[in-house]
Design a protein around this ligand. Structure first.
Ligand code: SF4
Length: 488
């Protein structure tokens, strides 16, 4: 009899993508095999996101569609933020669910599933690991390394942005010791990973639990303005993993952009030329109601300092439109800020009321039509900026980290093939190569940018700047195409 198969469906942000990979790893370690074929999976895990509206209703209808799978004996597990937020209530309303498991309990999944397989009643496990935080790492030594990888630095969030459910579904901030982070990165790099993205809800509020300042109870975890120990972590990674080609991080909070982080951007060539700095609104009145704890002027000043030391950096952001009380004038301030910064990309969302959040007390007084109209307007402004930003790169040379083959010709051996990758600024680049070109996945290549599409670049291969270090690099997962839905 072959190994039992599982499949994971992921919703939401990169943190969830990362968690899904860890879910896969703990199951594989327990003897399960991963499959894309949900129709024959013995275990179906739904890794949910509660940031957007109606998450629970959507989950309920999704679970309804799994009734035939349940009827043939498949186990259904609900993980992620909806699981954490709803807990027992999910079991009460969704009779086809066997296991409800929170983000901090992933390691317990194989045992809970094993119990379910022998007839144990449905179970909920959603306890935050406050005393001894556990950070599941990328597959241990010996496994194939991806060309790019996420590495967790912290979990939870101590901010209380009034629109956001994350502090309630992910708990308070808990930090991973820097030794553990460095060890994981070194192991990835040794096995061929070229780019690491450090992950955290407010990644730049990081404090090293093993350092003396962090053990000082007066030091104020996550609450102090400006400096954290995040920049020190960046310097240490650069020093102790010198073969790493690129280092990214997401998502920073503007109020933790301090002198040391600016210095890191000035001095560390391993840091990419891309800053994702969520702003949410250009109106001070809205920023205050959102409890963002910075003003428009402060945001621009901090971003300006990061840009001054790395002028070639692209800048991207997140914006919420239609927050309670947002007037046309407030929204115009957001548009003016978007134009002033000249973002390369902007991820816009309509405000929606989330359970447990402070904004529930505010009157959701911007109509749905108006929210939609503002979002459309925001996207129109951003389309122009994105076009300009991409057009400015035509004729330049860019270093591209090849992530794998994209559609064209990938399945037809005789036709030219197209490889795809990202610049240091995070633009997607497509390059046509001959049918017999070697697999360049994981290689750094120099590309001459020939033209700009609406959301990507088209380039010509000039040279291989740095081949992949060994043959164990696997293509980057295609799902990693955007920045987080949940960010600061
Ligand atoms: S938006 Fe970000 S910083 Fe604010 S509460 Fe949510 S996760 Fe925390």
């Amino acid at each position: 009899m072959g190994a039992r198969c599982f499949t994971v469906r992921t919703f939401g942000c990169q943190m969830n993508v990362h968690d899904s990979e860890r879910i896969g790893e703990v199951l594989v370690s327990a003897g399960w095999a991963q499959t894309d074929d949900e129709a024959h999976a013995d275990l179906i895990v739904l890794n949910t996101c509660s940031v957007r509206e109606k998450a629970e209703q959507k989950l309920r209808s999704l679970v309804g569609t799994l009734r035939p799978a349940r009827a043939r004996g498949a186990i259904i597990a609900v993980a992620g933020c909806v699981a954490q937020q709803e807990g027992e209530r999910l079991l009460a309303t969704m009779r086809h669910v066997d296991v409800v498991i929170g983000p901090d309990n992933i390691a317990e999944l194989p045992a809970l599933v094993a119990d379910a397989e022998v007839g144990a009643p449905p179970v909920v496990r959603t306890t935050f690991d406050l005393d001894e935080p556990r950070f599941l790492r990328v597959a241990p030594t010996g496994h194939v390394a991806p060309a790019t990888a996420f590495v967790t630095t912290m979990k939870g969030c101590d901010e209380r942005c009034s629109f956001c459910v994350v502090p309630y579904t992910r708990g308070p901030e808990r930090y991973r010791p820097s030794d553990e982070i460095i060890t994981e990165i070194a192991s990835l790099v040794a096995r061929g990973t070229r780019e690491v993205t450090l992950l955290g809800q407010t990644v730049n509020s990081y404090r090293d639990p093993s350092s003396s300042t962090s053990r000082d109870p007066t030091h104020g975890h996550g609450s102090s303005e400006g400096e954290s120990e995040f920049a020190a972590l960046l310097f240490r990674i650069a020093r102790e993993a010198p073969a790493l080609a690129r280092l990214r991080y997401t998502s920073p909070h503007p109020r933790h952009v301090g002198d040391e982080l600016v210095r890191a951007h000035a001095e560390l060539s391993v840091l990419v030329d891309h800053i994702h700095l969520p702003v949410q609104s250009g109106s001070d009145r809205m920023l205050k109601r959102m409890i963002r704890r910075y003003t428009r002027r402060e945001y621009l000043e901090r971003l300006g300092r990061l840009r001054a030391v790395r002028p070639q950096s692209s800048v991207t952001t997140d914006v919420i439109v239609g927050f309670p009380g947002e007037t046309r004038a407030d929204f115009d301030e957001t548009l003016s800020l978007v134009r002033e910064v000249g973002y390369a990309q902007c991820f816009g969302f309509k405000f929606s009321r989330r359970p447990l959040t402070p904004a529930l007390r505010l009157d959701d007084d911007v109509s749905e039509e108006e929210k939609s109209a503002r979002l459309t307007e925001l996207f129109e402004v951003q389309e122009t900026l994105t076009r300009e930003s991409l057009a400015a790169l035509v004729g330049t040379r860019q270093e591209v980290l090849v992530e794998g083959f994209s559609g064209t010709g990938a399945d037809a051996p005789e036709s030219p093939r197209q490889i795809t990758g990202r610049t240091r600024r995070h633009e997607i680049v497509h390059v046509t190569v001959s049918p017999d070109a070697p697999d360049l996945t994981g290689a750094l290549v120099t590309v001459h940018v020939a033209r700009a599409n609406k959301h990507s670049l088209v380039g010509e291969l000039e040279r291989l700047s740095a081949p992949r270090p060994d043959a164990t690099v696997t293509p980057v997962a295609r799902r990693r195409t955007r920045l987080p839905v949940v960010s600061v």
